[in-house]
Design a protein around this ligand. Structure first.
Ligand SMILES: *Cc1c(COP(=O)(O)O)cnc(C)c1O
Length: 469
């Protein structure tokens, strides 16, 4: 399988190169040259498989030609062996045709684990096959960093530097990163905001000498392999509820559009899907886009669902590439003017196509608290605030009551106990394996928001150059 950049100016690459590169050299995101197809017969053949078996079957066409092709099934099995629930991503029934797809049974209690546990293994295996090392650099507002630290700790060919804004991630999120003791993990608390962290990461990547010297790599949601791993649970849940004979709909709490795009990819591959509901909190740029056909940035406001406090959804670029008929130059032009003017509009004909497959919804904090309370009262399920935004969207936007509606539950309620307590008067307990999280020793380094000092810090600790020297 070959992959092409959404901006059309970078060479087509194989899976392994795309995995290690993250972002394309022309600033674009990678997409497969064509979608492998899930025919009705293929879908029927997936019924009853275990999650790892189904995952390997769905993902295998994407990794043809990879150095890890022959070990792929085993790597997938290992990635999901550490999940608390043996179904990995179980479905919970809420009402006659309403389902919750629980994606939070991984080690850090958010859906990021589903992709990141897999990524940790395949990164290591690909590097081993190529006899290479990388330095992974990222910025996090909480969930991504925790999942990455957990997935990459102790991996011999990788050093991980994860930046978070000092004092601005939740206690649980910080401790999930800082209590993992491993020589290759470096937690940096930056004196600044999440935007400062992201700017520092971008500056490091834009310095091509630094980037090449340290083999910098990225595991944020623009990495194709993460999207690929997320396609699996759309297929698994739809097959469990009767695909291909029955169509299903999904509601997805959304930030960077990575999770929604994975659902769209499943549909492009042939999964019968009624619609994808894109659920936003008060940072509703996507909801406004589906309504008005115009993407227009406003400032980010903090909410009870912080992992969705995003205005520019980086993975939207992948959908834009499709909407602009695969014209990389048009994608680049649209996004350049978006950066400059803070807005772009799409023609009515294109928006008609968009609205046929997607719908948007927005829920503020008050609505989120009410939804957590309502769900608890009607069926006893305790939702985290992100999942609550999704469930409210599912109810508001369903049209055919006969079509099963699956809401993606993206975090465990114990990860966001304050919002849950506000809604139902109880603090959800952490699962037993994390019960002593607040007693574990922490390891982190506080650094100023300064590019020169950050580069010196990374340069002194990354093992890549010791090898090169
Ligand atoms: C990351 C995250 C999201 C948003 O996912 P995207 O792929 O960025 O759209 C939603 N909920 C939770 C709990 C998350 O951690």
């Amino acid at each position: 399988m070959r992959y092409i950049s959404t901006r059309g100016q970078a060479p087509a690459l194989g899976f392994d190169e795309v995995l290690l590169a993250g972002l394309a050299r022309d600033g674009g995101l990678y997409l497969p040259e064509s979608w492998p197809t899930l025919t009705p017969d293929r879908l029927r053949s997936l019924a009853g498989l275990s999650y790892p078996q189904l995952a390997a079957a769905v993902m295998r066409p994407f990794v043809t030609g990879s150095a890890i092709e022959d070990r792929f099934d085993r790597l997938v099995a290992e990635a999901y062996a550490g999940f608390e629930h043996s179904a990995v991503t179980p479905l919970r029934q809420l009402d006659a045709n309403d389902w919750l797809l629980e994606l939070f049974h991984g080690p850090t209690l958010a859906f990021k684990d589903v992709a990141m546990q897999f990524l940790g293994r395949i990164f290591d295996a690909v590097l081993e096959a190529r006899d290479e090392r990388v330095t992974i650099l990222g910025a996090t507002s909480g969930d991504t960093g925790a999942a990455a630290v957990e997935a990459f700790a102790g991996r011999s060919r990788i050093d991980l530097f994860m930046l978070h804004p000092e004092g601005r991630v939740s206690e649980v999120q910080r401790r999930q990163m800082t209590t993992v003791q491993a020589d290759n993990v470096h937690n940096l608390a930056v004196r600044g905001t999440f935007d400062d962290c992201q700017d520092l990461v971008k500056a490091c990547f834009n310095d091509h000498g630094f980037r090449d010297g340290l083999h910098l790599s990225a595991v944020n949601s623009i990495n194709w392999a993460r999207v690929m791993a997320q396609i699996v649970y759309y297929v698994a849940s739809a097959v469990a509820l009767g695909a291909p004979e029955r169509r299903v709909a999904f509601a997805v709490p959304t930030g960077n559009f990575g999770n929604v795009f994975a659902g769209h990819a499943a549909r492009c591959m042939g999964l019968p899907m009624e619609r994808l509901v894109v659920a936003s909190n008060s940072n509703d740029i996507l909801a406004r886009f589906f309504e008005r056909g115009e993407m227009a940035i406003e400032s980010v406001v903090p909410t009870l669902s912080p992992s969705m406090d995003i205005q520019v959804s980086s993975n939207f670029e992948r959908l834009l590439f499709e909407l602009l008929d695969g014209q990389g130059a048009a994608v680049a032009e649209t996004l350049t003017s978006f950066r400059r003017e803070g807005r772009f509009a799409l023609p009515d004909a294109v928006m008609e196509q968009v609205r046929a497959g997607f719908d948007g919804y927005r829920l503020d904090d008050e609505g989120t608290v009410a939804e957590i309370a309502r769900c608890y009262q009607t069926c006893g399920a305790v939702l985290d605030p992100h999942s609550a935004v999704g469930l409210a969207a599912a109810r508001a936007r369903r049209d055919d009551p006969a079509v099963p509606m699956i809401t993606l539950a993206t975090a465990h309620p114990a990860k966001f106990p304050d919002a849950v307590e506000r809604a139902i008067g109880q603090r959800p307990a952490l699962p037993p394996r994390l019960a002593d999280l607040h007693e574990r020793p922490e390891c982190l380094t506080v650094v100023p928001a300064d590019e020169t000092q950050l580069k010196a810090f990374i340069g002194a600790r990354a093992r890549v150059q010791t090898e090169a020297a």
